[in-house]
Design a protein around this ligand. Structure first.
Ligand code: PMP
Length: 445
């Protein structure tokens, strides 16, 4: 693959060549490839500690990728590591229930009251996929409404994009998703309550559920406009459909709880924005594979062995993932932790904004507590159209200039920067200095 400005050292270059021989595309998830930022070898990582990781060539990076979200405590957090080791020593899988699963379910329920009952699975994809099945079983309806630009994992139904127009039947976003499946999905723009109401009116009693990231993490960090979730829940319920929140990114991201319990939403009342079902993943696994879904008791009782909706898993609720999850949530209860993440991200936001202004770079920053997204544009970003209408080439240059200086972002203009409990103001200062240099270079040519 020809490229001129690779940041990969010789060892990453070599490993990428080797990987291409054996692993499709050289990566086990397409988001890890550098395709969206000009191609070439991705950086192969060797180890991580706290806010840093080191690549195969020995270069150190400040990590804002946080593994796409789960690593909120930083790499190899001692409390989580100890829990994983203990679990490994005691046997990693039994195919029988353990007390750990009850403990963890109780912790999740205490933090997210809409979860009467939960089920553990192995990924966010599985969690979302199953909420849809359960919603269909409960309502006896088959269509779902989703929002343009929201990502919900790679199960067939949610790999569907909008056609054109305000509310559209979906078109497959991936080869291998048949049109018959895409026709079960309606896509509407986020933050547009009229478009949702139109779709609910038009497809009425065919709609099993409305699936949404209550706070968006997949086309940058985007807040719902005030009143949006209240109206969404009311309109969906009066249509006899279920509200499903995909909180795979947002749960335990902004505070010890989830978006549906986040006072930053300024919801009139939490019950007005409470979903029927919630999908979880990422942070709740403390860096090991996990997903979970849960919600109202009578809906969850559709699931086997109590009900007719089938869902199972050999690895589901495995002691290693559950132990890591418990340890992660325990550590997240440290007083002041989320305020620290917030303060770090606020410093970073201010520094990036100032550096961009200084060099005449148009930059919109969306920050929600300890996470932010950077959009190279001169307009706000509150929906997918606006997130798309940003300068991808400029982002690619910025990404590479930052990587060169040892600052690791996600290789996509749509992904967030995540603070971890291990980042310090010193890291933020170094990151702002690197950004200032990057903007200077970008402004000069
Ligand atoms: N939902 C959301 C909101 C996500 O961001 C993701 C992953 N980025 C998923 C679901 C899928 O999770 P997983 O990759 O664990 O399958």
């Amino acid at each position: 693959e020809p490229h001129t400005n690779s940041q990969a050292g010789p060892r990453s270059e070599y490993l990428y060549k080797e990987a291409l021989q054996h692993i499709v595309g050289g990566v086990n998830s397409p988001s890890r490839s550098f395709k969206a930022v000009g191609g070439g070898a991705p950086i192969f990582m060797k180890r991580g500690q706290g806010a840093y990781f080191w690549d195969e060539d020995g270069k150190k990076y400040i990590d804002y990728l946080a593994a796409y979200g789960p690593i909120i405590l930083g790499h190899a957090h001692p409390h989580v590591t100890a829990a994983i080791c203990r679990a490994a020593e005691n046997g990693t899988l039994f195919g029988a229930p353990t007390e750990l699963e009850i403990t963890f379910a109780q912790m999740l329920k205490a933090a997210i009251p809409s979860l009467d009952k939960v089920r553990f699975v192995n990924s966010g994809t599985e969690a979302v996929m199953t909420t849809i099945r359960v919603a269909r079983a409960f309502t006896g309806r088959s269509k779902i409404i989703k929002f343009a630009g929201c990502y919900h994992g790679h199960s067939d139904l949610v790999l569907v994009a909008a056609g054109s127009g305000p509310s559209t039947l979906g078109i497959p976003d991936s080869a291998g998703v048949p049109p018959s499946i895409a026709s079960e999905v309606i896509t509407v723009p986020y933050n547009d309550i009229e478009a949702l109401k139109e779709a609910l009116d038009r497809w009425g009693d065919e709609i099993a559920a409305v699936m949404i990231e209550p706070i968006v993490g997949n086309f940058g960090m985007v807040m719902p406009i005030p009143g949006y979730l209240e109206q969404l829940c009311a309109a969906t319920r009066s249509n006899g459909s279920l509200v499903i929140y995909d909180e795979v990114i947002t749960a335990f991201r902004f505070h010890y709880g989830s978006a549906q319990t986040f006072d930053g939403l300024q919801a009139a009342s939490l019950s007005a924005i409470e979903p029927d079902l919630t999908a979880l993943g990422k942070i709740i696994g403390g860096g090991l594979p996990i997903g979970a879904y849960g919600g109202r008791k009578e809906i969850m009782e559709q699931v086997a062995p109590l009900g007719p909706a089938y869902q199972a898993g050999t690895m589901a609720g495995n002691p290693a993932s559950i132990s890591a999850g418990i340890a992660c949530l325990e550590a997240l209860q440290e007083p002041g932790l989320y305020d620290r993440l917030n303060a770090l991200a606020a410093s970073l936001e201010a520094g990036l904004a100032q550096a961009a202004r200084k060099h005449g770079i148009a930059l919109t920053i969306n920050r929600i507590r300890g996470s932010l997204s950077t959009h190279f544009c001169d307009h706000p970003v509150s929906n997918y159209d606006e997130a798309q209408d940003t300068d991808g080439e400029q982002f690619a240059r910025f990404f590479r200039l930052m990587l060169e200086q040892g600052i690791c972002l996600a290789p996509s203009k749509y992904e967030a920067w995540f603070m971890t409990a291990a980042h310090t103001e010193t890291d933020i200062t170094a990151t702002i200095a690197a950004a200032e240099h990057a903007f200077a270079v970008m402004a000069a040519n």
